[in-house]
Design a protein. Sequence first.
Length: 30
Amino acid sequence: MQISLARQVALVTGGSSGIGAASARALAAA
């Protein structure tokens, strides 16, 4: 669960960078 939380945080903080988009697609794929 903490990993998902960390990914959500990265998604919010890195959303502008593009890492958030990659994480979102990884989560969607998973």
